[in-house]
Design a protein around this ligand. Sequence first.
Ligand code: BGC
Length: 724
Amino acid sequence: MSIIKRANWIRPKYDMKEEVVPLFRREFVIKKPVKKAIMYITAMGVYEATLNGKRVGNFIMAPGWTQYDKRHQYQEYDITSLLKESNVIDVTVGKGWYRGQLVGWRYKNIYGRQTAFIAAIDFEYEDGTKEILITDNEWKYCWSNIRFSEIYDGEEYVADYEPLPVENCEILYSNKENLIPQEGPFVIEHETILPNDIFYTPKGELVVDFGQNMTGYVSFTINGCKEDKIVYTHAEVLDKDGNFYTDNLRSAKQKIEYYCKDGIQTYKPHHTFMGFRYIRVEDGQKYVTKENFKAIVVHSDIKRTGYFKCSDEKVNKLYENSIWSQKGNFLDIPTDCPQRDERLGWTGDAQVFVKTAAYNFDVRTFFKKWLKDLAAGQDYSGAVPNVIPVVITHQQMATGAAWGDAAVVCPWYIYLTYNDKEVLSEQLDSMKAWVEYMHQSGPEEYLWLGHIQFGDWLGMDGAEGSLQSASNHDLVASAFYAYSTGLLAKILDVLDEDSTYYKELNKKIVGAFKRKFDGNFNTQTECVLALHFNLTDHPQKTADKLAELVKNNGNRLTTGFVGTPYLLFALSDNGYTDLAYTLLLQEEYPSWLFSVNMGATTIWEHWDSLKADGSMWSVDMNSFNHYAYGSVASWMYETVCGIKIDEKKPGFENVILCPKPDSRLTYAESGIETAYGVVKSRWDISDGKITYRFTVPNEATLILDGDEMKLTRGEYEFDKIYKK
Ligand code: BGC
């Protein structure tokens, strides 16, 4: 039995004012030399522990967010070096995801009504003896300095107060069976960003601009005075008049209220985070200088693995924006956005971005943890809730095509990138249940019809101002039904299990799809799905139709969440590489570079989050940090530079190198750190000549101008005549 299960959940004996964050304290003396001391801890809420005034570990928002009722992570910290003879442990527990308000329509206490925590310290003494210290009713509690704490709304902190716990805690008899060791990476602080500018807006408000939209919080150090307070609100953008803009945050307040003490003091928030580039300082303006304030970027501890750059600075900026949106939305779970009153694990967003995410960063354990929550959130029908961990339970909207398919698509890409078969076997039942759910759903066995769907969410071919695109929902749903079933058959082959049933099912779905939809594709996304998922007997005609739709729209896209990730692939894999580059380089709205020209530093939720005149497309569905359209980075890696995973030898054991250059760029370069070393691909075009340079970490299949060649570990250079 894990040692933490020997401890007790404890909570304040008397209910405290609801908004106040409790502080729990235990003092203890050490009587003989300690060889090693390990602390195991978790909370119903989010906790921060200190030992003798020093932070235990560096996990921000610990214990992270899981399907707590079934899987509640605890953490393990080596605290040996923090110990003294007389010791004080302090733990504060904010409401976090467990009890705090979540979702625009304001749920709270989703996982329970108690603010509680549990901990055990395992001491090993030099003399070989052992002892454990556990949470019990000898721990004391009182109000902490934190008087308000909500993920969406921010924090209120009173600095001029010394907590002195005298009241004894109460033991809370609650489940410990769901306690599991930490699975995902910790969420930690990353780079520090200094203010770019401090200025007054036309409305006369004092604003600090950090120059980069990000997720995290602001820290300041001041020489203060106890009569003062410092109050500031966070926002992502300014409006068209240059004023501070918070409407798109909906009900999320993202506000800090700090009551000073006398003297030098440093502050940063404890149990919350914000999505922001700007802060508006509403009180304490005199303390605001470029030296005193800084922003701290917070996200999961995932290692950067992918790089891309080329001769077009705007494309480079777009690529960097995709990286920043990944950082901003990989805070323990893959979220839609980090700022407004959502910040939820929307499955569709994760599904469309997972491939790019896995090139950009090492996200193996990050996804494996979240996928287990996905499986834990599935009900008996196999439906995959739209957000994981589950918080929205409306039956009708409980699941949908391209969203629920995260159950199959995400494990598949994690397997391909890292050659991790474990993720496939761990998720197998969940995948089968999802496919069977689609199979059972609707009036026709081999199509998915009639269900409420998001369709090609936010596509530009729907009615003006609508969230829905013109793409046929039944077509999109049936395409994903085919796609996931096909992937599941491949996965069973990888696992050496019988795939006959799914191969047969897939064949029937593809047949039914073709009978109903083939030859009748009316939107860019409909063509894209048919091409990319191999659902047409007329690929050339479908590609021609796609090209025609793009050209008739002034060489501009109309795709939404579902079509966009595959749009450029559907073109470049079917003879239209030129047009794919035209779309990548398009600056007219709607396009990727339109947002870059409008000053975006992250990927927007909508192609027109900000319109050309600086106005917003909508007040309430308008995030400036949504990674879905950042999935275009996978085309930069795979097609511009041509670094591809070989499904037969995944995890980059063999790399397929097949760049498709275009002379509108003079060079492009990409690298991905793999288990075998870094794979690199670069090309330069000048004077009608193209030079390719490759670094192969293990083995590669090079495909240039249709010729195929095997390469072994090493560096290569090839000169060719550049043919457009
Ligand atoms: C989220 C999306 C999500 C969508 C589902 C939105 O509110 O921000 O990214 O996928 O709802 O339709």
